[in-house]
Design a protein. Structure first.
Length: 436
């Protein structure tokens, strides 16, 4: 049986104690940062030349934000605080612009990261009775190895298969009685179509839960995966710069993700003024990682938009919860002057039962204007001889999208399996406007 808490003292710590711990750990993080060629001049420039110069948590606001560009500028070793010989692991995220962002971990860092994951997995009810099929990519990406270590820590039997090859996934699930999977939501939707093609109903398998993250998805998508597989889906949030998965995770209540505040200091800031917002208001997540020896990062602008959940969780954990990520400040599309998040489009189409498992958003130039096309796969039964129901469905999708995003898109309906799929994070948006 999963324990009620993995680390009760840490998970249920009263707020004053938690904040005192954060302050102590922030000082340590600043101490590490002062050892790096990147942070030393930055911190000294604002009068912080030793950990003791941080007097309260409020002093955090004096420290400048760190951005992805800073990480690239410090490539490869500008933010390394430990002796290279003490580093046992690196991970990197490819990014879109050539220079990857790289993180380094000492053995202690790996152990602490694993601890946060073990705590997260235990909170979902996972334990040594479970067989865990890790369908996330192994390698430089943190979703594979990171979760692998956490799953072993709670005693699950890990099948380190990685993504792809639906038939093999299925065979493994059947042969070993997989109960728990880890995948991107788009991969689980894709896998379901493949299983359906082979005449398999995944509800007949022993699966009971999935950990889904690494890309945005809506509450309707969660419900859809839950219904298709007959399982519970737990939302999991993280980013390589902050180790990877295990930053915030849903507990058994599946109502907001507990952000582990003894490992991270959470700020939500207004996306324009960059001032902190009130609890409940949406803004950009800014994170400071505590207790990372090899690579301290202070006030990292994640670009992810979320809000702090009001109230305490009945599960007893005191760490605040964040809401499902609603998008990124930089995936926002501006179409003919109107701001649109891909998540708004997903929310509309995935709430429609006729819609299948994949979609694609295409933005092009049409003369001086922008044109939005939403390509949607629909269920296998919908392509009958009579085109009238299809036309009606297309109109309905278009009307609902227009009501939600105030743009009249073109809607194309496709047969199942016709739109491209990727094994890692789904690429849902093709913006042709930026191509020369
Ligand atoms: O995606 C780490 C991860 C692996 C998280 C497995 C969860 C599960 P990166 O490749 O650095 O790391 O990408 C991080 O992915 O800033 C978000 O924009 C997005 N993201 C991650 N989890 C979620 C989620 C991993 N649950 C970026 N919902 C983040 C929405 C997510 N977006």
């Amino acid at each position: 049986m999963a324990k009620r808490f993995w680390d009760e003292a840490a998970e249920t710590m009263a707020r004053p104690e938690l904040e005192a711990l954060q302050l102590e750990r922030l000082r340590e993080a600043v101490g590490q940062a002062l050892k790096t060629s990147f942070y030393k001049p930055r911190l000294e420039g604002i009068g912080i030349s030793s950990p003791g110069d941080v007097r309260s948590l409020a002093d955090l606001a004096r420290i400048p934000f760190t951005t992805k560009d800073d990480l690239r500028r410090a490539f490869p070793y500008g933010m390394l605080a430990a002796d290279r010989r003490d580093v046992v692991r690196m991970h990197a995220s490819s990014g879109t612009t050539g220079i990857p962002t790289v993180i380094y971990l000492t053995a202690g860092d790996v152990a602490r990261w694993t601890g946060f994951l073990a705590r997260s997995l235990n909170a979902t009810g996972a334990d040594s009775n479970d067989v865990f099929q890790n369908m996330m990519t192994y390698g430089l990406f943190t979703g594979g190895l990171g979760m692998h270590y956490g799953a072993e820590k709670v005693g699950m039997m890990v099948i380190p298969v990685g993504p792809g090859n639906a038939s093999r996934q299925l065979k493994l699930m059947k042969d070993f009685g997989t109960t728990t999977v880890h995948a991107t939501p788009s991969y689980l939707l894709h896998l379901h179509s493949k299983l359906a093609e082979e005449g398999i109903d995944p509800r007949d398998l022993e699966l009971k839960r999935a950990f889904c993250g690494a890309e945005p998805y809506s509450e309707d998508t969660r419900r859809k995966i839950e219904a298709l597989y007959g399982i519970e889906v737990f939302n999991s949030y993280g980013l390589s710069e902050m180790n990877g998965p295990g930053v915030a995770f849903e507990c058994e209540r599946r109502d907001g993700m507990h952000l582990w505040e003894d490992g991270y200091i959470l700020e939500i800031v207004d996306r324009d003024s960059l001032e902190g917002v009130k609890d409940g208001a949406m803004g950009e997540i800014v994170l400071t990682i505590l207790c990372r020896e090899a690579m301290p990062i202070l006030r990292y602008r994640t670009r992810d938009l979320s809000s702090v959940y009001p109230g305490e969780c009945p599960c007893g954990r005191t760490h605040r919860r964040i809401a499902r990520i609603m998008g990124r400040t930089d995936d926002m599309l501006i179409i003919n002057g109107i701001n649109v998040f891909p998540s708004q489009i997903e929310e509309v189409i995935m709430a429609m039962p006729e819609v299948g498992n994949n979609y694609l958003i295409l933005v092009e130039k049409d003369g001086a204007l922008d044109r939005l096309t939403v390509k949607v796969e629909i269920g296998p039964l919908a392509f009958a001889d009579d085109s009238r129901p299809l036309n009606a469905l297309r109109d309905r999708i278009r009307d609902r999208l227009q009501a939600s995003i105030s743009i009249n898109p073109r809607v194309e309906l496709h047969e199942p399996g016709m739109l491209p799929v990727s094994e890692g994070k789904a690429k849902r948006v093709v913006d042709e406007r930026t191509r020369i």
